[in-house]
Design a protein around this ligand. Structure first.
Ligand SMILES: [Ca+2]
Ligand SMILES: [Ca+2]
Ligand SMILES: [Ca+2]
Ligand SMILES: [Ca+2]
Length: 186
């Protein structure tokens, strides 16, 4: 597919949020460390089944990414490899979107929905995005506000799914999804 300049910036931002240690490459340890941090942040010990499931899905995501995107086979994914794999339709596609994300989000919810009401209030939202992707609290609060499209104070899994979808597939800079991960790099 054609990568617009706007989508290019969004992919660069997504890459940054995957790169947990910030060394400019995606590695297995980025996915392991970030998932463990979510477990720690939300008080799940290492033997918590919810934590183990989320860690497993994070590592599955890594295995998928490295299998399709690591074109030079060095065991890591750099930004060019990531963008190329997206352009080739090997990462998120509209057809497989819901199916691909739903299990991951359900596993995430089992760890981070601390009051168990099935939706994310702003504190839960700030907590998981800081733990998994190092988003600043001020950005996370603004993202929560934008994603809560019906204004009831909560972000549902459906609202989150829609925003993730729009992040990748809606080229409108004013759309809800464009701010999913905060401000974009230039
Ligand atoms: Ca890294
Ligand atoms: Ca590589
Ligand atoms: Ca909740
Ligand atoms: Ca809502």
């Amino acid at each position: 597919m054609e990568i617009s300049e706007f989508l290019d910036r969004k992919l660069a931002r997504r890459f940054q949020t995957f790169d947990f240690d910030g060394d400019g490459r995606l590695e297995r340890s980025d996915f392991e460390s970030s998932a463990m941090r979510v477990g720690d942040e939300f008080g799940h010990s290492v033997d918590s089944p919810a934590r183990q499931r989320f860690l497993q899905l994070s590592l599955d995501l890594w295995e998928h990414l490295v299998s399709v995107a690591d074109s030079d086979r060095d065991g890591t994914i750099d930004l060019d490899e990531y963008k190329q794999a997206f352009a080739d339709g090997l990462l998120e596609t509209e057809g497989s979107f819901d199916q691909g994300y739903r299990p991951f989000l359900d596993a995430l919810m089992a760890v981070v929905d601390t009051d168990g009401n099935g939706v994310l209030d702003v504190d839960e939202y700030v907590g998981w995005t800081a733990a998994l992707m190092r988003l600043p609290e001020s950005d996370a609060r603004e993202i929560h506000r934008r994603l809560d499209t019906d204004g009831d104070g909560f972000v549902t899994v459906q609202e989150l799914l829609q925003a993730i979808h729009d992040f990748y597939f809606d080229d409108n800079p004013d759309g809800v999804g464009s701010w999913l991960l905060g401000p974009l790099p230039d």
